[in-house]
Design a binder for this molecule. Sequence first.
Ligand SMILES: [Zn+2]
Length: 449
Amino acid sequence: MNAAYTFRTAQGVWINDMRNRALSSHQWPSVVLDERAVNDLCASIRLQAESGFNCFTTFGLLTASDWLTDLPKTVSRQRQRQVRRVAAEAKACGVKLLYGLGVYSWGFDRIIEADPAVRGPNPHAMCGASEESRRWMEKVIDYLLAEFSFDGFHLEASDRGRCTCPRCTPQGNTEYYSRLNAHAARYIRRQQPDAVLMVNMCGYLPWGTSAPRADWPHLVELGKELDFLIDAGHAGYFISPTERARFIRQLPCAFGSSGGTWVYPPQRWSRRRWFLPYTGRSGTHLEELYAQGGRAVEYYMGPAINPGVEVNIAFGGRKLNAVERDNRELLGEVLEGLYHPADSRAATALTRFFVEAEEAFFASFDPLLPEGGKARGEIHLCPLFGKNPGPPIYLRDCMTAKGRQAYGRRLQGLLKDLEILAPRLKSQGRTARIAACIRGTLGDLARCA
Ligand SMILES: [Zn+2]
């Protein structure tokens, strides 16, 4: 029987994360929506659909942190038209577009500045005990439902922390965030019963801690309002993997992760500066999650001009549709479709090449180093914040000097293999981009030395 995930969501995360040319001096998260951003978003949606994803969620289509108190003024007419173009592309591709909506935070900075009734100690999160905050949240939802026809919403209350005023503090994190998310979901559902509604738990608890069983009822209550709940796993899981199956049996909605291990490149990082396919790891994680009862995933996108990213996406979507497929065989199929190798020997060599690129990196990646430990789920190529690309922390701080040397040697080996293989692959453009990405990585390794 075909084992498939129900909610196969492509996770943006932000609109310019799928951009094929870096925004070199932009602070993260950049929500510039120019023609290139729209075109690259539309191209990403087409790749998602071809690969088998059925939902796409992204933040920043309308704003990042700055809803204006006069809400409609937040979005220019031109931007409205651009967002509708992206929505139309998703519709044409049969992919449901879930608007990335901050709940009480991510969006409310200006409102918090302007309205003392919603203000607690956190300048980025409205007070969770204030009636006025609830009204602002509802106003934003009313505006979105009136002006756009999104197929659903990715709700997130917890990424920027919470209100810690005396009225909010007594409520524990899991209860607090679940209550805010549940209210937003209920409010949307009342007006748009068929909306796809999900919550991502990013930031629910301090990294490295998980929700005790006594807190699960709050998540079960939240689950009644949702289609699915995501415990992404950036730097650990809030539902311990050993308890996941038991938790899933209690949860009234679908549950899942962000696919295990993924790379998150900030928008200002050159798109040809890393080569990191991780289909083996994704494949294994998706098998384990499915066996535990997981039926939803928010799988990370990225700039598909990078051949590693492209393959990760093409593989991930197919694996979500056919969990039982052998990972290496599926990778081979994806590579044949993209590179059209001349014969079966070239095809086998190409698959081996991608497997070696993954193994070479993870053999040197050291989870015992402080940065390597943090990056267990989400691997940052460079620091998230700042206006310059900054150092390649995934090499400098996640590997020892010896590890970097070993990785460099294996990348040199891959470059040689690619030279021999290239004439037997039809997609010369992709082959050249792989070489550029490997050379970019070697340059970074040299700079770390
Ligand atoms: Zn408060």
